[in-house]
Ligand binder design. Structure first.
Ligand SMILES: [Fe+2]
Ligand SMILES: [Fe+2]
Length: 170
């Protein structure tokens, strides 16, 4: 049986993963409206992954005898100055999510909840990968994007690795 404290913080993470999913759809929509179909494709896939992250928490809480709650999600922004700005926001958001996962990990140790600690290890690794992949994209947009956004938009589609596709999430 999940301790209340752990259940609550895992429910908080449902909200954060759900918001991530919506945020990336909002960003994809902006990219689509501004002619960046490659960027939009990357963001839509990212949004699918975030939904899977949310589902993992929902299923985990329920499996352990807790109650997963679907919260209201705040409305993401709709305007971005540039693609570089957009990805800077993605990185900032992923860093926030990493800190959030780390807080849950710390609480599981405090509460000696080793099952939840174990469950979270997948997310710890996933955040390392996600931050690294967004940093790579930011490097590319700075290098290539300045002179050739067309090339950047085309190349971003090859930057999704199969491991990051979220297909392994259950
Ligand atoms: Fe996530
Ligand atoms: Fe993420």
């Amino acid at each position: 049986m999940l301790k209340k404290k752990i259940e609550d913080i895992c429910n908080r993470q449902i909200e954060r993963e759900g918001y991530s999913s919506n945020l990336y759809i909002a960003m994809a929509s902006w990219a689509e409206n501004n002619g960046y179909s490659g960027v939009a494709g990357w963001l839509y896939s990212q949004s699918d992954e975030e939904r899977l992250h949310m589902m993992k928490f929902i299923k985990y809480i329920n499996e352990r005898g807790g109650k997963a709650v679907m919260p209201a999600l705040k409305k993401p922004g709709t305007e971005y100055k540039t693609v570089e700005d957009l990805f800077r926001e993605v990185l900032k958001h992923e860093e926030f999510v990493t800190a959030s996962i780390n807080e849950i990990v710390a609480l599981t140790l405090e509460e000696k909840d080793f099952n939840t600690h174990n469950f979270l290890q997948w997310f710890v690794m996933e955040q390392v990968e996600e931050e690294a992949s967004v940093r790579t994209i930011l490097d590319k947009v700075r290098l290539v994007g300045k002179n050739n956004m067309y090339q950047f938009d085309r190349d971003i589609q090859s930057l999704r690795t199969p491991a990051a596709s979220g297909q392994t999430a259950t």
